[in-house]
Ligand binder design. Sequence first.
Ligand code: ZN
Length: 411
Amino acid sequence: MRREQFDSFKNFLERIALNSGFYKNKFETLGIDINDIKTPDDIKRLPFTTKEELRDAYPLGLQATPDEKVVRIHSSSGTTGKPIIIPYTENDVKDWALLMARCFELAGVTPLDRVQITPGYGLWTAGIGFQAGVEKIGAMAVPMGPGNTDKQLQMMMDLKSTVFIATSSYALVIAEEVEKRGIRSNIHLKKGVIGSERWGEKMRNRIKNELGIDIYDIYGLTEIYGPGISIDCDYHSGLHYWDDYLYFEIIDPVTGEPLKDGEYGELVITTLKKEGAPLLRYRTRDLTRIIPGECPCGSKFPRHDLIIGRTDDMVKVKGVNIYPGQIDELLRDIEGASSEYQVVIKHENGKDEMTLRVEKEQNSNENKLREMVVDQFKKRVGIHIEAEILGIGELPRSEKKSKRIIDYRYQ
Ligand code: ZN
């Protein structure tokens, strides 16, 4: 941890101990005195903040500024339980636009670009966050929002959009439509900024090749500004994150102990400058690692690796932990398997049964592929599964997030 980052962390602690009812309570209950935090090593004695606590603070329990300072709220989708509401001050909104602009700059987006934004607007942070960054660098925003693929493609051709922002599953929908309609020569895209989902190399390559674009992964979460807290550069060797605004730690998701740079674990973030809803050691549930050393691009901003999964996506089958990221990786190495898959887990006749449904590439042999998937899974993950081979396009595509693991054991 750099000196100025630790100073920034100390300032942050003083601010939340003074202004945030949420943290004042929490420190008091746990008997935390922030004056005990004298070196970076002491940070691990501070408590984590969890998603459950944020839910319990619904609606505005996280707010750490007077009402007149709050200019906007965003909310997480709340697929399970109560949503999380994050209040933003004017400074928060400005800071977020700045971070997003840095992302676009690192991806080489210029004022001459036309940026088609397909993530949703509204309570969700995505659309409006991208838009603010596009405007800040002086490019042209084409604020489409999600869905309506016909219109997306029409605008993409007529306006000659050069940058496309989407989730990976929607980018795949677009890539497949462009291919199917044979309109590739009318598309002027150069770059894709793709985010909010963990996805494999194979899917990335399909989107890249079918649209003929370079792809940049962008990361973020509603609790911490939204998208735009990190992105990969032209070298595609990890995502640079803005360590003057955010302090990243990687912990063992089971014990909570900090891990060394280079080791995979759960990402924990402290928002050093946020005012509306500052967060201390927030457990993101995302699994990644800090990449040691400097990037060949020369940027001084540190890097984390692609998100390989979520602590709550992890499923235990026959006593073995399985992450979707592992399956992406496995399929990447199997010739003839496409990037699309779905896992179905059931409990039958007293034991767990897992079926991996995989789409095959054209011309690949179904029986051989099935055998290879079963064999590789046994070798690399350690358990026996069934494999079901499907044609391209047979698995459901969604415009938001593809549900890859269906676990019937807990329904
Ligand atoms: Zn770099």
